[in-house]
Design a protein around this ligand. Structure first.
Ligand code: PLP
Length: 301
């Protein structure tokens, strides 16, 4: 049986010159000695695009540049990456005109061992289908010890906390642990015994509500600063809500009025339970938060 056709387009980018070309997404385009392939030595972003355009586009590019700095990769030229991004979006729209929303994942690798000439690419894909159901049902999450204390990144910058690197094997292992234990996702906590605080999910952030106050863990504690969380906070503040970064204990999540996992493709999914304990849901808060992160939230220019 031949494999299902990919609903993707692949655009290759030479990050130095800005030269791009479209390739077949099924074609082998990296050599086996590419540092991204055998070391995870590179960075990436995943952006949601819908009829209104690309969400949090500027925040993604800013984080990409910060990630490059953390890995001491050549600084991505914003004009080159913006222009290639537009080209990938247009190519996807041409190839799949019926696609309501899709993702654009862009990446920068340090390049092959032989030359270390950095290379970039853009791969588009349909948005995952399961999030629509989880948006109403909510998700069951289990807690996991991340194995490092909170705020350790300040003294250990080589951990690259806060950089979105291509080394996601640990994140994927946590996702498998969650599935094997009957959870939809895993929530990492810091390795601090009784003082342990919540950090993030393997590919998403945590946001909780106390009334119309939204709280999320401090990125400095050792997590990725989410573009969705930042966009949500900006929209909520504009609507008169209060927002803050805070150290959140397990009890804070159990005592919240509502809680979500946020990421570019999930936008915001409500949390239904933590380690089997039911979490509060609030239909009105969920409706308002949904409006902040859904099409009503105008994408940034
Ligand atoms: N934390 C991690 C580890 C992630 O991989 C992601 C996104 O992929 C997020 C948080 C959420 O970030 P964003 O909202 O920018 O997608």
């Amino acid at each position: 049986m031949s494999p299902a056709p990919r609903q993707s387009v692949l655009l290759l980018l030479d990050p130095g010159s800005g030269v791009t070309h479209l390739a077949d997404p099924g074609d082998p385009v990296l050599t086996a000695d590419d540092r991204s392939a055998h070391r995870g030595d590179g960075i990436f972003e995943t952006v949601l695009v819908d009829a209104a355009g690309a969400h949090n586009r500027r925040r993604h590019l800013e984080r990409f540049i910060r990630s490059a700095e953390a890995l001491e990769l050549p600084r991505p030229d914003p004009a080159i990456w913006e222009s290639a991004f537009d080209e990938a979006v247009q190519a996807h729209r041409r190839a799949f005109p019926e696609a309501a929303e899709f993702s654009v994942r862009y990446a920068l690798s340090r390049g092959p061992d032989a030359a270390l000439a950095p290379r970039g690419w853009f791969l588009t894909a349909p948005a995952p289908a399961e999030y629509a159901r989880q948006r109403t049902e909510g998700i069951a999450i289990g807690s996991l010890d991340r194995g490092t204390p909170a705020y350790v990144g300040k003294d250990a910058p080589w951990l690259l906390q806060g950089a979105k690197t291509l080394s996601y094997a640990v994140n994927l292992a946590a996702g498998r642990w969650a599935a094997q234990h009957g959870y939809d996702d895993a929530l990492f906590f810091s390795h601090d015994g009784a003082n342990s605080i919540a950090l993030e999910f393997p590919t998403a952030n945590l946001v909780i509500a106390r009334g119309r106050t939204l709280l999320t863990p401090d990125p400095g504690a050792g997590l990725l600063h989410g573009t969705t969380q930042q966009g949500l906070f900006a929209a909520a503040e504009a609507a008169g809500w209060t927002t803050a970064y805070a150290d959140l204990r397990r009890e804070d999540i159990l005592g919240a009025d509502a809680a979500w996992t946020t990421s570019s493709l999930r936008r915001a999914l409500p949390l239904a339970s933590l380690d089997g304990e039911e979490l509060a849901r609030d239909a009105e808060l969920e409706r308002e938060v949904f409006a902040f992160v859904h099409p009503d939230l105008a994408p940034e220019a």
